[in-house]
Design a protein around this ligand. Sequence first.
Ligand code: PLP
Length: 465
Amino acid sequence: MQLETVKPSPVTQPYHAHFRCFRGCPGEYSVYDVIYTCPTCGGLLEVQHDLDALRLRSADEWKKLLDSRVGSTQWPYGSGVWGMREWVMPDLRDENVVSMYEGNTNLFWAERLGKQLGVSDLWIKLCGNSHTGSFKDLGMTVLVSVVKQMMQDGSPVQAVACASTGDTSAALASYAAGAGIPAVIFLPQGKVSTAQLVQPVANGAHVLALDTDFDGCMRIVREVTQDNSIYLANSMNSIRVEGQKTVAVEIVRQFDWEVPDWIIIPVGNLGNISALYKGLKLLLDLGIINKLPRLVGAQASKANPFYQSYLNGFQEKAIIPAQKTLASAIQIGDPVSYEKAVQAIQMTNGIVEEASEHDLATASALADLTGMYTCPHTGVALAALFKLVKRGEIKSSDRVVVISTAHGLKFTDFKVGYHESKLDEVESQYANPPLYLPADPQVVKSTIARRLEAQLQGALNGQAA
Ligand SMILES: *Cc1c(COP(=O)(O)O)cnc(C)c1O
């Protein structure tokens, strides 16, 4: 006689995820293997979750579970990413989670900016309020945790490496240092901000500044990581997407599980817009939402291969030399996650827009005048928003979320340059330089009176609106 086997309760661990080819070639691979691309076609991999197992919980049960973990002190659920661990990396063991309690960033109502624009339901998802100051932390906590588990289970991996336009390296260096794993960082010489450069330096990474651009660094890091002892942490590695996708879930959760009409995001290598779509698609597959927002990918005109591809109806992938742009984190000419991003745009009836240097700096300055402190990439997204409102694509009653991807404090040179009217191709119409006065109460009083009078009359740019 056979004993009836007891099914494991869904609460413990029926969940599982593995790699598969994004283009659909046959084959499944462990997420703990050193593998970045499909062995058959060379295309990108993606992490596939066991949807049947996930559906053992109802949509309402999932919502309740995730809600209950927000702000929890129970480790690691206080992290916005690990609070949804079953959807991210289900078979990662607790002791290998490397977390700085990333995620759970504020989504706030941009009341005054929205009013000025005529879109009153405008929201900013401030992903730059994170451990290393950009939304790259969301993916890096997952990647470094997976590497820690790999190393513990006897993998040949000894170090992690990435090429970066700044924020990826800051995130990788920090999480690797948190776990005690060596990190090697490849940066394009002179093309990242001082704040970004100094982060991996401070975290003890091996920082190699190469005499090339980002795409050149990317080629070198791919070469170096051919050998399985150094693990590639760029977004070609689809583990990171699993963490980055949590921003989509967070946004929907922060609206009490309602879907906004639009989400606008600045894009470079295209990993993040792909992740956004992947997170939304999971919510749809689990019956938690029943429609998708329209996604907008915003590019700097100086580095706009995705915009060019969009204009040709995605008939072919445009690859260009990326020119220097203030939005340095998206100065990329040959985006790795192109095919995934095309799917994200097509499946959401999305749009790709571009912004000139002047437009991105102006949009950023206008937002700052309503109390924000925006990085140039957020400026690109805001400039795209302004254009789409003007064109009538975005309607005044639409609910719009702009993803602010990095903290403005990482881009001090951009802010100083703007307010000193020293940025190339930018006319600083909202420059607000400090006034240098003698320590004379009369001069000070009359100056304040003059300034306040001018502000009340709206003569000081942008400040009275
Ligand atoms: C990485 C990054 C982006 C773009 O993300 P991709 O995945 O490269 O498209 C946008 N803004 C900032 C600040 C970034 O660091």
